[in-house]
Design a protein around this ligand. Sequence first.
Ligand SMILES: [Fe+2]
Ligand SMILES: [Fe+2]
Length: 241
Amino acid sequence: MAKTRAKTKRGAVKRAASKRTPLKRSTKSSARTRSRKRQTPKSKSGKTAKLRSKRRSHSSKSTLASAAGAVGRAIGRTVAIVTERTSWGTGGRVDAIELLESDHRRLEELLKKGEETTARAVKGRTELLDTLTIELNAHELIEEKILYPALKPHAEAKDIVLEGYQEHHVADVLVKELHGMARSDERWGPKLKVLKESIEHHIGEEEGEMFRAARSVLSRAELEELGARMEAMKADALRRA
Ligand SMILES: [Fe+2]
Ligand SMILES: [Fe+2]
């Protein structure tokens, strides 16, 4: 009797289990269906959203592209203007006088800075003197090796060219003395001031009488040819310094 009851119980459990299984499946399947039903409109709107997002991204890409194009064109224009005005962009067509005048402005700037230093600015004075020496040497070199020899044969330029050599010599002597003197020495500042005044006087004569003579005796093409040679020689001198 107990066995029969046990069997009956096991059978009932099995039946219940077999009944539960399909029920579970159908629940899952209907859940999936419901989920699909719910997803369908969503996926449609998802597609639309994707399309919109694609269009937006495309349009922002085009905006970026056109902005980049505008920036590129602006940079191109700036480079074109700069290259028109600077020697390095003219493919060697550099005017010798413009190059030297640009050097003069730089030397004036360095001398002014030097004059503003005090005896306490030992390191600053040394750095400034080193820079001034390198740039002054390169400048004198291109004048003495290229411009002065081109001008000297012309009667209207000869005297000022000869004077130019001597003024370079005076500047070199003063620079050498400045190097040999303690930066804290009370004579260092006044000596640099004398150097400044001497170079300013020399620049005045070059930009006045000498360059006027150069423009009258040399053609534009000759000045450009001298300029190209000067530029190359100066770059080489600065590299070696
Ligand atoms: Fe000079
Ligand atoms: Fe000069």
